[in-house]
Design a protein around this ligand. Structure first.
Ligand SMILES: Nc1ncnc2c1ncn2[C@@H]1O[C@H](COP(=O)(O)OP(=O)(O)OP(=O)(O)O)[C@@H](O)[C@H]1O
Ligand SMILES: [Mg+2]
Length: 271
């Protein structure tokens, strides 16, 4: 694939009618080959940020992939560079898993592939195989378990595998082995030279797998950097209202353990 350049986000504002969520957000450039985990409490604005980057809600400010101004592109052109996996999965109960993936390919052709011909089916089958759900290919999406449906939705995002992958809580419904498998694939996709942004609530998972963490709270970036810098007990207390420890296990990996509510915190409302 052509070399991809960094994603730079500056002065980004986005939200919904009568509800601004992100106001003038700046982030350090997100580099190809790196996995960025976006974390923060409910209603912090994580999904809003991914939707704004995908061009699905109106946004002001600058979102650039190298020299390319994504906000200046039509949705169809933008989709050649960006794939987005939504947090809540579209209910296409009528379609089979394979049809859903083929549909995703046809809906947003890539620059080097127009979504037609026999290659479409090959790519779709490869994506299902990569996620270990080839045996579900002919199953109706409406008949899947929550975790299976999440994997089917992830297949729809990764089948196109463009420069920028935006994954909104791809592991929230998955068992331990499937979390491991999906995060391994997320890392592989980055290693192939893509920029991957993944929303996660599991901070230990985020710290284990991401190169870079962005902590959002109330539409604002509270911390960003390597996991050990972005996740401190004081940040966790301020953002989540919990008293927590950030410790390395015997294998040197960061673990986040919650001991109780932060002394000074009230119950946070997700609004
Ligand atoms: N479609 C919408 N219309 C109006 N307001 C919305 C819409 N979607 C989200 N919001 C509001 O925007 C704010 C940010 O929501 P968002 O979905 O980005 O949060 P989040 O960080 O993804 O939370 P969660 O962890 O619960 O998924 C919230 O106050 C929410 O109520
Ligand atoms: Mg969300």
């Amino acid at each position: 694939m052509d070399s991809i350049r960094a994603l730079t986000i500056s002065d980004l504002s986005a939200g919904y009618s009568n509800r601004p969520v992100l106001r003038g957000m700046h982030l350090a450039p997100l580099e190809p080959g790196k996995v960025t985990a976006l974390v923060g409490p409910n209603a912090a604005g994580k999904s809003t940020l991914l939707r704004a980057l995908a061009g699905l809600i109106p946004a002001k400010g600058s979102v650039r992939l190298g020299d390319l101004d994504l906000n200046a592109l039509s949705l169809a052109k933008r989709a050649q560079h960006v794939a987005f996996m939504p947090q809540t999965l579209p209910q296409n109960a009528e379609l089979s898993v394979l049809e859903g993936v083929i549909g995703a390919l046809k809906a947003s052709p890539l620059a080097d592939f127009d979504g037609s011909g026999p290659e479409t089916r090959h790519r779709a089958v490869d994506a299902l195989d990569r996620l270990g759900i080839l045996d579900l290919a002919m199953e109706g999406i409406g008949r899947l378990s929550g975790g299976q449906r999440q994997l089917a939705s992830l297949a729809q995002a990764i089948v196109r595998a463009p420069d920028l992958l935006l994954l909104d809580e791809p592991t929230s419904a998955l068992d331990l082995r499937h979390q491991l498998d999906v995060m391994t694939i997320v890392r592989e996709l980055a290693r192939e030279g893509r920029i991957v942004v993944v929303v996660l609530h599991d901070l230990t998972l985020a710290a284990s797998w991401a190169d870079h963490l962005v902590v959002l709270d109330r539409g604002t970036v509270v911390a960003e950097g390597p996991p050990e810098e972005a996740l401190s007990p004081s940040i966790l207390s301020g953002v989540y209202g919990v008293e927590a420890r950030v410790e390395r296990c015997s294998r040197g990996r960061l673990h986040i353990m919650v001991d109780g509510p932060a002394a000074s915190s009230e119950i946070r409302h997700a609004s």
